[in-house]
Ligand binder design. Sequence first.
Ligand code: AMP
Ligand code: MG
Length: 338
Amino acid sequence: MMTTEIVRPDIQSLRRAAEIIKGGGLVAMPTETVYGLAGNAYDPDACGKIFVAKGRPQDNPLIIHVSNLDMLYKSVKYVPELALRLAERFWSGPLTMIFKKDSIVPDATSGGLDTVAVRMPDNEAALNLIELCGFPLAAPSANLSGSPSPTSAGHVYEDLCGRIPMIIDGGECRTGVESTVICFTDDDTAIKILRPGAVTAEMLAEYADVTLDGNVFKKPDENERVLSPGMKYKHYSPKTEIIIVETDNAQALAEFLNEKAGEKICAVLYGDETGINVPRIDYGVTAEQRAHNLFAALRETDGLGVKTAYVRCPEKTGLGTAVYNRLLRAAAFRVVKI
Ligand code: AMP
Ligand code: MG
């Protein structure tokens, strides 16, 4: 077991973090989406350590994080025109694009695929750290594989204490859900969303024809070859069993929950519901708040000593698409409609 230090994102600490990474080690860094577990994207051994620290399946590829377009060009075979337009509009920001990879990106990083996922995070500490390293950083969410993604340094510490030497504490992540992942189905006009995020289908539709991959809202079939390997796995789950409750009727929701008062349950609600007699965690009345708070709320259910948490279903458009996609996986697709 190594000692895990939590540091502020000042220049001295970032320099030390860059030295650790240049030496083949790992550091957890803040981004605007969730915390990332960062290592040298061009070093197969460093990427191997990421999989071990997280307990992540080897065929689930890593996103590489760049701080400038030169790093993108160096990592991929070619950059479609449309990708450049999207980068201009949405980078730095929560949009990950998939390209044919250059051989400089090892198979360990791309999970054996001939493509690589790239984004530029909108976080000063992360961008400075990448610049100090001088190469892209592979950085999946800095949690144990399967558990809710970390949106604070404390969440990272809970999961990875003793497994990594350093966590850069940049406070709570602004967005709170992972980046939108897209691939190009036709170089200049069409894209597919493999994982929804804060760059929404509605926003992307101004630039291209957008389709949502069929697995965004469903569980991939047993032997299906999925475009985004991460979609196959159970994800984002606390120890508490999660069940989604879908309803437009606040009265019916209260009755449904109150019938279970006294059982080992809690509710994760928007916050404007009244007359509810079970322990509750509120995750927000707007889509932005729900995205920001979702993972922290899921983690919090484990502290309540309950067996089951009923989570009120978010809206399924805009940013709600991303929240619903994560929640479905946290709930292993269990949904009750009332
Ligand atoms: P994480 O870094 O934990 O947020 O997960 C990365 C997500 O991006 C997973 O859902 C991966 O399946 C997806 N991803 C990364 N690289 C690729 C790629 N080359 N092709 C398709 N999906 C990818
Ligand atoms: Mg993850």
